[in-house]
Design a protein around this ligand. Structure first.
Ligand SMILES: NC(=O)c1ccc[n+]([C@@H]2O[C@H](COP(=O)([O-])OP(=O)(O)OC[C@H]3O[C@@H](n4cnc5c(N)ncnc54)[C@H](O)[C@@H]3O)[C@@H](O)[C@H]2O)c1
Length: 246
């Protein structure tokens, strides 16, 4: 695939998606607010194939212009995966307006604006694929995750009408909905659990918590032409959680 944009490329899932695509010969542009050492190493391993740019995706108004600049520099996008994210846990009665706004901005506004820009005629390749990431928190009673889950719900609501419009431009878009994947984000909220809480959580995933490779394998499949028949779907990967014996 040519010119796949991955946000959150310094993070767990984003870097794994980049590594998998680069290993398969794709070219990748990675955006993150910070360039991690691992991402820097990846750029050294794949010279001319991986460009890393420091971008703060909270700056919503700048995003359409940044996509335009990216296309001018590297050419039309062959794919887009939105892996940037953060979680801010808070009991509902203490949730702050600024946290709701920030979570919404990064998880929902940023991908909507980037997808809107890439759908412009000259900004994408024919057959481009888009994958956005939702969370099990949007479907279960995950305590303290209301604002995060609401932003993920917005991504899921965006999907069907966006897929209908994008299909006319020969772009497919799907959402993956993940249970906890072992990345800094998930490990930081899990560290706040009591030992008993952690044990209960782990027992509810018969196939274990996700590895970043489990997440990136599904994302890369959905981006690829092997998934040419799949559009507008929310695909869940949850370690057997939903069908576990209770
Ligand atoms: N890890 C999980 O358990 C899990 C489960 C379900 C969904 N998700 C979703 O998967 C996606 C990837 O998560 P992850 O676990 O790899 O997280 P991560 O914390 O490992 O990586 C997130 C990346 O986003 C970047 N980022 C944060 N704010 C940014 C900003 N303003 N501008 C640019 N980049 C910014 C961070 O620097 C980091 O590199 C997120 O959308 C997350 O909500 C994760």
């Amino acid at each position: 695939m040519e010119n796949v944009l991955i946000t959150g490329v310094s993070g767990g899932i984003g870097r794994s998606v980049a590594e998998r695509l680069l290993a398969n010969g794709s070219t990748v542009v990675g955006w993150d607010k910070t360039v991690s050492d691992e991402a820097r190493l990846l750029a050294e391993r794949y010279p001319g194939k991986f460009a890393m740019q420091e971008v703060d995706l909270m700056d919503s108004e700048a995003l359409p212009g940044l996509v335009k600049t990216l296309v001018a520099e590297f050419g039309p996008l062959g794919g887009f995966v939105h892996c940037a994210g953060f979680d801010k846990m808070s009991p509902l009665h203490l949730v702050k307006l600024s946290d709701i706004e920030n979570l919404w901005r990064l998880h929902a506004l940023a991908p909507m604006l980037i997808v809107s820009s890439l759908s412009g005629k000259k900004n994408h390749h024919d057959g481009a694929g888009v994958v956005l990431i939702s969370s099990q928190s949007a479907h279960e009673g995950a305590m303290g995750h209301t604002a995060y889950a609401a932003a993920k719900g917005a991504v899921e609501g965006f999907l069907a009408p966006a897929a209908a419009e994008l299909m006319e431009r020969n772009i497919r878009i799907n959402v993956v909905c993940f249970a906890p994947v072992k990345t800094p984000m998930a490990l930081s909220w899990m560290n706040n659990l009591t030992n008993e809480g952690k044990e209960k959580l782990l027992a509810s995933y018969p196939l274990g918590l996700g590895e970043v490779e489990d997440a990136s394998a599904l994302i890369c499949f959905l981006l690829s032409t092997d998934a040419r028949w799949i559009n507008g779907q929310i695909i869940t990967a949850d370690g057997g959680h939903a069908v576990r014996k209770v």
